[in-house]
Design a protein around this ligand. Structure first.
Ligand SMILES: Nc1ncnc2c1ncn2[C@@H]1O[C@H](COP(=O)(O)OP(=O)(O)OP(=O)(O)O)[C@@H](O)[C@H]1O
Ligand SMILES: [Mg+2]
Length: 364
């Protein structure tokens, strides 16, 4: 059983006035693939390096498999790490690159060969074992780095943006290979990225970080569907979640209430009735909005600003009462700038955020 517990980790670099990680706590279950996602500089690498033992926290505790490793040197933690840059040895053949960690541990040569063949097979590197890294493509080189990390039978695999040097197509194919591989070997993994689509596709859970703090940790579909704050909704998804500022009308009779958007009425949950007056932010995903050239009951009038074909869908930027949002429609939909269109929002797709704190409002 190798689960990981990070408890209240604080790290301030010398000469810095802000905390790179600020009381971060995170539990990773045995065999779980946890993704750490957040914008540049939010503290992801710092957290990973503290777990690896390459950086010491100022306060807090790190427990791996029930053992307190907070102040142990890296070599006593039994973790392996893949870095952002390829970090393969140019003067060693692929075979010796993969087996490097095993040789360092003094493993028997036949045993090393067996393990290297196993990893090369998993990562489709069998044909390249006697080549040098300069004779490989970027994706193959990155696979060598991953193979080297998995042969050593580590308890936890740490990866810091391992795909960032690959072009878009290679990233996509290597992403699914990596997912399959980690599922096969079932190793507890912490994976760092600032790419939200990578996070959603790979993670059993995604921990979203901002300015040294984990702001939401949940399964990928929940993070996408129910962002805990405007920040999370705006960071995850392509396009990001739309936000509209609306006024809650508390004087509506019946089971719900209403949000007023420049005279248009959008149904809102009754729980919002208890809010103090003033505006709230309405969050809505582009693909959940229905768009039509014909006015329907409760449809909201909008004006088309930009029409973008995406291939599998079309993206329409529209102006609603002076606020711009994006609507993703089927690729059969056509519109031109200046057209009047009508939008329909399904109440179950609407998320509500406090105008001051930007945090999700309880609506049930
Ligand atoms: N060695 C260091 N000395 C001083 N400050 C540092 C050091 N390493 C990182 N920092 C600072 O700590 C904060 C967190 O950095 P970190 O590298 O953890 O971010 P990150 O989330 O990994 O970003 P990126 O996505 O760009 O890799 C940043 O403000 C950074 O400038
Ligand atoms: Mg980093």
């Amino acid at each position: 059983m190798t689960d990981v517990q990070l408890r209240n980790l604080v790290k301030t670099y010398p000469g810095s006035s802000t905390r790179a990680t600020d009381e971060v706590s995170l539990d990773i279950a045995d065999g779980e693939f946890m993704v750490l996602l957040g914008p540049s500089g939010c503290g992801k690498t710092t957290l990973l390096r503290m777990l690896a033992g390459l950086e010491l926290p100022d306060a807090g505790q790190i427990v791996v498999g029930g053992r307190d490793v907070t102040y142990l040197p890296p070599k006593d933690r039994n973790l392996s790490m893949v870095f952002q840059s390829y970090a393969v040895f140019p003067h060693r053949k692929v075979r010796d690159n993969i087996g490097f960690g095993l040789a360092m541990r003094g493993m028997d040569r036949n045993e090393i060969r067996r393990k290297v063949d196993w990893a090369a097979d998993l990562l489709q590197l069998g044909a390249y074992l006697d080549r040098y890294p300069t004779q490989l493509s970027g994706g193959q080189r990155q696979r060598v780095a991953v193979a080297r990390a998995i042969v050593v039978d580590a308890d936890v695999l740490l990866m810091d943006e391992p795909l960032s040097n690959l072009d878009a197509l290679l990233r996509l194919s290597f992403r699914s290979e990596l997912k399959k591989l980690v599922e096969e070997i079932g190793i507890t993994t912490l994976y760092v990225t600032h790419d939200q689509s990578e996070a959603l596709s790979l993670g059993n859970r995604v921990a979203v970080m901002r300015e040294g703090v984990i702001v939401q940790c949940d399964d990928p579909l929940m993070v996408y569907d129910r962002p805990a704050s405007r920040f999370v909704g705006g960071f995850i998804g392509s396009p990001p979640m739309n936000f509209l500022t609306v006024q809650i009308d508390k004087n509506v009779d019946g089971p719900g209430t209403a949000a007023d958007l420049g005279g248009h009425v959008i149904p809102a949950p009754a729980a919002l009735r208890t809010l103090h007056g003033g505006p709230v932010h309405l969050g809505v995903r582009a693909e959940t909005i229905a768009i039509s050239h014909d006015p329907g009951a409760q449809a909201v009038r909008a004006t088309v600003r930009v029409f973008e074909p995406l291939g599998s869908a079309v993206l329409v930027s529209v102006d609603v009462e002076g606020q711009e949002i994006k609507v993703q429609a089927p690729n059969t939909f056509r519109a031109a700038p200046g057209d009047t269109v009508w939008l329909t929002f399904a109440p179950s797709d609407l998320r509500w955020y406090d105008a001051e704190t930007d945090l999700a409002l309880e609506t049930v």
